[in-house]
Design a protein around this ligand. Structure first.
Ligand code: PLP
Length: 287
């Protein structure tokens, strides 16, 4: 069945939604995005994603699309039209299509941003059997640009990282800069030592994960100790547990790093508990 997608004010069959070859995201990766999960037909952490989108746009001086105030309604309508019970909604805003290629930004008075949303149906997203087994990661150099706090569509290196992981028989890659883990290709990274949850502090070197914020709030609420500071791959390999968070993976245990088992080599109790609490809490607050 063909999806109904949203493009610049219209709900269209996916085959009819067309974007110009002069769109700045196509030519320059000049765009930002968000991914919001859907559970029980409702949106998880919508307000956080909308806030981060607004910040990404402001940091890059991209005009807010005219429909910015209708984003919740557009998300909900796409969930309805595509009958999504569990899945994801992808949203992208680009600097628009000025009608030619030029490094300089087009005049925002005459070039409207492009706004695209589409759904990805993923039945079983919350009850993912992988979470019971955990995943394997490798470490790779972090050679991305310096503004990783902005959620841009420049995803070539993260895509290459996933392929390096796959080639090495692993599931994902954690990136390392100056000896410390920054984050995963599409997730935030954590270790647990002596009951304490350790994750890199926020800055321009990592994406400020919406799931990260929610999971750390859950952890603190449950009286779990949290320390926000960088950690190395060696420290991670010596940890009791490791895990990652993202809007699509929620809380996912990591059981192997660069071929060595973390802790017992099976998902640990802290990650399992956080996954359970996060899913329950975010479902309660879902829109
Ligand atoms: N870090 C990076 C580089 C990401 O691409 C993502 C998600 O796509 C995350 C972290 C996790 O962010 P969120 O929890 O908002 O999905």
């Amino acid at each position: 069945m063909s999806r109904t997608v949203y493009l610049n004010g219209e709900y269209l069959p996916e085959t009819e939604a067309k974007v110009s070859i002069f769109d700045r995201a196509f030519l320059m990766a000049d765009g930002v995005y968000e991914v919001t999960s859907v559970l029980g037909g409702k949106l998880i952490d919508f307000a956080g994603h909308a806030r981060r989108l607004e910040r990404s746009l402001a940091e890059l001086d991209i005009k807010k699309p005219a429909a910015f105030g209708d984003l919740l309604e557009i998300h909900r309508k796409l969930v309805d039209l595509n009958d999504i019970s569990e899945g994801l909604i992808y949203l992208q805003v680009t600097r628009g299509a000025p009608g030619d290629r030029d490094f300089a930004f087009p005049d925002p008075e005459t070039t409207e941003p492009t706004l695209v949303l589409f759904t990805q149906n993923k039945p079983g997203l919350s009850d993912n059997p992988v979470a019971k087994k955990g995943i394997k990661v490798i470490s790779i150099d972090d050679i991305r640009w310096g503004r990783r706090d902005i959620k841009t569509v420049q995803l070539l290196y993260p895509s290459m990282g996933k392929m390096m992981a796959r080639k090495a028989g692993a599931d994902d890659a954690w990136m390392v800069e100056d000896g410390f883990v920054t984050e995963g290709t599409s997730n935030n990274a954590y270790i647990v030592k002596d009951g304490k949850i350790i994750t890199r502090n926020l800055g321009t070197d990592i994406l400020h994960g919406i799931t990260r914020a929610a999971v750390l709030a859950c952890a603190r609420e449950a009286q779990m100790a949290v320390e926000e500071r960088p950690f190395s791959i060696d420290e991670a390999r010596e940890a009791d547990e490791a895990f990652l968070t993202s809007a699509s993976a929620f809380v996912m245990p990591v059981v192997e790093i660069d071929g060595a088992s973390v802790g017992t080599g099976t998902p640990g109790p802290v990650a399992a508990r956080l996954r359970e609490i996060y899913l329950a809490e975010s479902l309660k607050a879902a829109l």
